[in-house]
Design a binder for this molecule. Sequence first.
Ligand SMILES: Cc1ncc(C[n+]2csc(CCOP(=O)(O)OP(=O)(O)O)c2C)c(N)n1
Ligand SMILES: [Mg+2]
Length: 615
Amino acid sequence: MKNLTSRFATECEENAVNKPVELPMPVTGKQKMTPSEAFVETLVANGVKDVFGIVGSAYMDALDLFPLAGIRFISVAHEQGGGHMADGYARVSGRHGVCIAQNGPGVTNFVTSTAAAFWAHSPVVVITPETGSATLGLGGFQETEQLPIFSKITKFQANVNNRTRMAELTGRAFDRAMLELGPTQLNIPRDFFYGDIECEIARPIVIERGAGGEKSLDDAADLLASAAFPVILCGGGVIMADGQAEAIALAELLQAPVANSYLHNDSFPAKHPLWIGPLGYQGSKAAMKLIAKADVVLALGTRLGPFGTLPQYGMEYWPKDAKIIQVDADAKMLGLVKTISVGICGDAKAAALALTARLKTRSLACSANKSARLAEVAAAKGAWEAELDGWAHEKDKWSLEVSRNSTYMHPRQMLRELEKAMPEGAMVSTDIGNICSVSNSYLRFDRPRSMFAAMSFGNCGYAFPTIVGAKVAAPARPAIAYVGDGAWGMSFGEIQTCVRENIPVTAVVFNNGQWGAEKKNHVDFYENRFVGVNLDRQPSWAKVAQAMGAEGRTIDKLADVGPALRAAAKAQGEGKTTILEMMVTRELGDPFRRDALALPTRHLAKYQSTAAKRG
Ligand SMILES: Cc1ncc(C[n+]2csc(CCOP(=O)(O)OP(=O)(O)O)c2C)c(N)n1
Ligand SMILES: [Mg+2]
């Protein structure tokens, strides 16, 4: 057992991306400078190397300083894309992602990406230059109230209300993004970039999070020591704390199976024998069957979001009678969604360490039945793999009908081929859609900071720009986005950024000619009365890619999928962005929101023909 701990845990530490970085020295001491200089020097003090955005007159005086400050300005196609890039950058590096735009329309284009970063817990600093302070409220050019718009999707809003406070408030926006792990807004009236001020550039404040309260940790250790069937649920907090090695050590001490929380498939290594896969929509049946047996669940670094534990495959798997220990760095998340027995406000890494320290000298009830439990784990995993192997296509009536005469690939078979061909160390972002969701069953990772799904904000158009940002932060790693064709229509413009800025990535576009995830609701609840779900007359996305200066390939044979992915990933090494357009049938997997839809009721006579007949 000792060997197992050291092998997996050491590897994990070696792979950690989020190693402490040496921060460059900004100018020191109180001195005369312009607010633009104070702003840029504060970025330097925070180790900012890359800023995503679209150029605008509002902040041109500061932009002029970027090259000499060693800051790369990455010019994007749309500010939303720039915001997602900052998010991807932050998620892979554990450092700040930064984006900036023109006041008014440039800034409102950041709304969706900021909301997405909020729910991905990404430390993104959204810089929003504002209309000039002297004319604010007069309805001049490109004016809108920029603070209320972001008030519910940021953790903190710094409003530079006086040019002398530029460095202080810029620094605070960076500190708070890290402290609260989420986006912050730095709002700067555009005239405040100019003038002469005297100030000092503050160094970042680094606040260490502790393991949690002593009593809570003692109570949690007692529960774990007495558990007969403990299960660990590893969430995004484990990744953000760089605590995978500690989570592995605790799991191995308890010999407890470990599930990934929804869309955090990279929170525990898939090759580890105790890994059982992700919970939630299109997750692992093995994870669901095993957690259903738990008498104690340690929810480590997860807010236990309501969508992530909904019943799936007709299975109510959440163990209602189990004692739940929840560890989250944000005290407000404890017990919010699930009833808990012990809530620990702490860092997932430190808490895992503290629990291991408490438990390693104790006798553990779960040691007695260890072999039986491990046999159950192996059997459940084996059964799920066998089921996936045999699950070549969807089997509902509609799916069978639309795929019967198709020469295209079944999405599940294609996803399995992609899984098999996935290059070592790959980072994968996933969009919102039916095929992207089904991919949840086929995405396995051995290192943290590898999966960047559109988290609970769930916006189409997330994956492609996010992987572009991730690639900027980790250029040596293969960067792959999974995107449905509908979502691709929203986001393919960022191919321009890849080509122009030389950021080589791979996008795998699932061409099923439809907004599939929503169409599935029409099939299941509205008797195939399709409104707005067919994507007819699409261009060849491969040819569009070529026209934009990238590589584009259309793939319609299963045998070509793996080689095409490998070649595209390799081509990233030669600076090439590749779009792989996968021609797949129109079949559809389980719907997203079975929980929230119902067969229609109609009272008005003119709508009677749309009433449910299947009740
Ligand atoms: C910005 C945004 N608009 C609309 C939706 C609603 N929506 C969720 S999934 C989906 C369909 C996605 O279609 P596609 O990207 O083609 O993937 P598919 O489901 O076909 O695999 C839509 C429109 C959304 N989540 N986000
Ligand atoms: Mg589609």
